[in-house]
Design a protein around this ligand. Structure first.
Ligand code: ADP
Ligand code: ZN
Length: 603
């Protein structure tokens, strides 16, 4: 619950590094030190060395009663005691050894002491300081010296520079946020009239739709500092840290006002306080502190809090009441136009062929989020490099959509002939049922090249335009289409394969939703039997009815799917020759486009 995060670099690293530095120091400095150490020789040796020319320079130190001398390279220093030798000067003169002049430097005892004892300690301490500073930065401060300090990052506009123009699509969200920018530019205008800005704005939407980007863009447009912190960062450490971090964040923000405070994943702290036994005290304290801070500052002090979440339904109502996060800005998945714009924004960062049809790419990438689109463009650039091209082409983009959605092509997955036929009939079954119901091209493209995601075949659906309502008939047709794959297998091979598991899952989900949520059941009327838990993350549901009703729901789901399955089977049976023709084409070519599909169908 109250996790204690271990520092990212354990202490052992510290010791290893210190040890290495000491070894390096010894390795480099010791030889030098050793040389500067004075070697003591007896007088005879000195005389011999002078004679044989092994002495470079000498210095007679009468007070100390000794002679210092070096070898010819002056790397080693020798010392010998002075004896009453009257020939000393003559010997040196004969051997041409200079003995007056520069003193022979020797390592003083003080220097030796410093080098051997003090320097290593200084190095030790310096590295220690450096490392602990780094650890503080990395770990976000589980450190005695940093107790209670927030590590909110300060982004200043110039360093990030994200503007609204960098965020493609999302026009409603941008319109909504422009008011904030206006306010930050000229708060007086609002104060004069007595209007106060909302203190908190909640950006709500699926992951990767650009919520963080939008928050940064508000700061960038308004040219104000941007503090950002993730909700999970508040609650990750010791008890009480979360609350004090909130306090600290707001203290910093107020100093820098006007500014933007951005809290990502606010659901991590803002979950409903359910009062369960063993609830997360730490989280609740943090949330309470956040609420207190938000109440605490007066309307117009210029601190605007933006928060992002993809599970708005789980937020505590106290957080969303007026005066706190009272404005909600939906940031939805981009529509066709939005996707095209996002692709173009990201395409500016790479080199692309001039004839790329962005509309087509956007149509193919239906349902992709902004982050996925960014990824698609980058993947296309990578593919171009891999193939030795200097710019990305339409083909690169199309292939990278499939990579992002379905994974890489599995080059060495070898399907048996029978499997390949099965996959071909299965995929054509889907497409044919769809086409016969709507009388239009149902797919962009079908391929039966296996993908690393495990899909053996892959159908890219045609974007149905911006579709906000679906009729009961359309929903039923969708279920029929989903069962079309299995129906084709049954019709042709008189057997079932495991390839339909995903279809079954989707068809069931759709049928359940029709009965429990859309009021398209027999006999239940307009009663909600299920509630959606998280709209933006998979959309799990939970039942809200009695056991008997649940049993009845199951019965109706089964009969609904069965009816559509029979309808699909009938359509395929009536068009068996087309089914064979299309499947044969797909089997041979491994890929069929929507146009080719319709061309064969209408022949
Ligand atoms: P979120 O916070 O909603 O999960 P982000 O703002 O972190 O999403 O977006 C992730 C990445 O996706 C961004 O860095 C950007 O490259 C890309 N992206 C998402 N939405 C858009 C958009 N509308 N326009 C341009 N790029 C986008
Ligand atoms: Zn299928």
């Amino acid at each position: 619950m109250n996790e204690v995060k271990t520092p990212k670099k354990p202490l052992i690293y510290y010791y290893v590094i210190v040890l290495l530095v000491l070894m390096l120091f010894n390795f480099l400095a010791m030889p030098w030190m050793a040389q500067r150490q004075i070697r003591e020789v007896d007088y005879n040796t000195f005389v011999e060395m002078v004679k044989s020319g092994e002495v470079g320079r000498a210095e007679i130190q009468e007070q100390e009663n000794r002679i210092l001398f070096t070898d010819p390279d002056e790397t080693v220093i020798y010392k010998t005691a002075m004896v009453g030798d009257p020939d000393l000067i003559q010997r040196l003169l004969d051997a041409d050894v200079p003995f007056y002049g520069e003193e022979i430097e020797q390592a003083s005892p003080l220097l030796t002491f410093l080098l051997f004892w003090v320097l290593p300690i200084v190095i030790f301490v310096a590295i220690g300081q450096y490392m602990s500073k780094r650890m503080m930065k990395n770990a976000g401060g589980p450190n005695a010296m940093m107790f209670g300090k927030s590590n909110a990052k300060v982004y200043v506009k110039s360093s990030e520079g994200i503007k609204f123009s960098d965020v493609a699509g999302e026009d409603e969200a941008k319109d909504n946020l422009k008011e904030i920018v206006e306010y930050l530019h000229d708060p007086k205008k609002y104060q004069e009239i007595g209007a106060s800005m909302p203190k908190g704005i909640l950006l709500v939407g699926p992951p990767g739709t650009g919520k963080t980007m939008l928050a940064k863009a508000v700061a960038g447009e308004a040219n104000v500092p941007f503090f950002s912190m993730s909700g999970s960062e508040f609650v990750e450490m010791f008890v009480g840290m979360g609350a004090s971090k909130v306090r600290d964040l707001f203290r910093q923000a107020k100093e820098k006002a006007p500014c933007i405070v951005f809290i990502d994943e606010i659901d991590a702290i803002g979950k409903k306080r359910d009062g369960q036994l063993g609830g997360n005290d730490e989280r609740e304290q943090t949330l309470n502190q956040l609420l207190t801070e938000m109440d605490g500052f007066e309307g117009n002090n210029g601190v605007i809090i933006l928060a992002a979440t993809n599970r708005p339904e789980s937020l505590d109502p106290a957080l969303t009441r007026p005066g706190r996060f009272d404005r909600r800005v939906p940031v939805e998945l981009p529509d066709l136009k939005g996707r095209e714009d996002i692709l173009k924004v990201h395409a500016k960062k790479i080199k692309v062929a001039e004839d790329v049809d962005w509309g087509k790419v956007a149509r193919m990438a239906s349902g992709a989020s902004g982050a996925e689109l960014a990824n698609i463009v980058n993947e296309a650039a990578l593919r171009a490099v891999r193939d030795g091209r200097r710019f990305a082409t339409q083909a690169d983009l199309e292939e990278s959509i499939e990579v992002v959605i379905a994974g890489y092509q599995k080059k060495n997955a070898i399907l048996t002939d029978q499997e390949k036929w099965t996959v071909a009939y299965h995929e054509v079954g889907h497409a044919l049922v769809a086409a016969m119901q709507t009388h239009s091209a149902p797919v962009q493209k079908i391929t039966i090249i296996p993908r690393t995601s495990g899909a053996l075949g892959y159908t890219m659906q045609v974007e149905e335009g911006n579709h906000y309502l679906m009729s009961q008939e359309e929903l039923e047709n969708r279920i029929a289409t989903l069962t079309g794959g299995r129906a084709a297998e049954e019709l042709i091979f008189h057997s079932a394969s495991t390839g339909a598991s995903n279809d079954i899952e989707q068809a069931t989900k759709l049928a359940r939703a029709m009965i429990t949520r859309y009021g398209m059941s027999e006999g239940f009327g307009m009663v909600a039997l299920e509630t959606v838990n998280n709209q933006y993350l998979g959309g799990d549901t939970s039942l809200a009815c009695s056991a008997e009703t649940a049993a009845e729901i199951d019965k109706q789901v089964v009969s609904l799917v069965k009816k559509q399955h029979e309808k699909a089977a009938k359509i395929l049976e009536e068009n068996q020759d087309k089914l064979h023709e299309l499947s044969k084409y797909l089997y041979e070519k491994e890929t069929i486009t929507g146009d080719e599909f319709m061309e064969i169908l209408n022949r």
